[in-house]
Design a protein around this ligand. Sequence first.
Ligand code: 5RP
Length: 236
Amino acid sequence: MSDPHARDPLKRAAAERAVEFVENRMVLGLGTGSTAAFVVEALARRVAQGLSVVAIPTSEHTAEMARGLGIPLTNFGEHRRIDLAIDGADEVERGTLNLIKGHGGALLREKIVAAASERFIVVVDDEKLVDRLGERFPIPVEIVRFGWQATAAALEKLGTKPELRQTDGRTFITDGGDFILDCPFSSIAQPRQLEQVINMTVGVVENGLFLGRSTAVIVASDNGVDVMTPGAGEKA
Ligand code: 5RP
């Protein structure tokens, strides 16, 4: 089995570059996952040095980590808008910078936070780059538990084979109390249409396609760290 931490130096490098974009007094969105965890760590170091920010976490896991590291948390009751959210992704489509997210199960809160953010910076290592969404990961679809089999059957009509997500032999339950169906769509030519039809399916709460939301993607590879912006290809 490959070392699950082999990409950690790259994830850390992308995360540290992203945290350089954080400014004093910002309201931040904090993502979920192993790369986002490096963001939380790097941010905590800056907070310990005197940076003043508040953050809305995208999962209970991130909330606990941020709290433990001394990052002040807030919520949408106090702040309707977020200045900058930083999060990981499972796939990043070259050029469009469209994403698949949700392998970590936090896609609903992640999408709410991304939608409320002025800027949305995505941090990945170069293994996450794809020519077309769907090449490597299924689309995670969060669904209500009631009637999940009927929802899965309806999604199957879209040309996928939904799998109810399991972790350690148990059905995975999101922070919102829902199930996730992982829906493979080998290469997605029309993601906007697909997003619409998935979300129109009764029982679906949200899906893991993040389209037109990234304002920058920070990609770490063995050659260094690049900041990519939508439509602009890669720049140093
Ligand atoms: C969680 C996510 C994560 O950002 C995504 O799964 C990437 O995680 P990692 O950085 O661990 O590869 O969308 O819902």
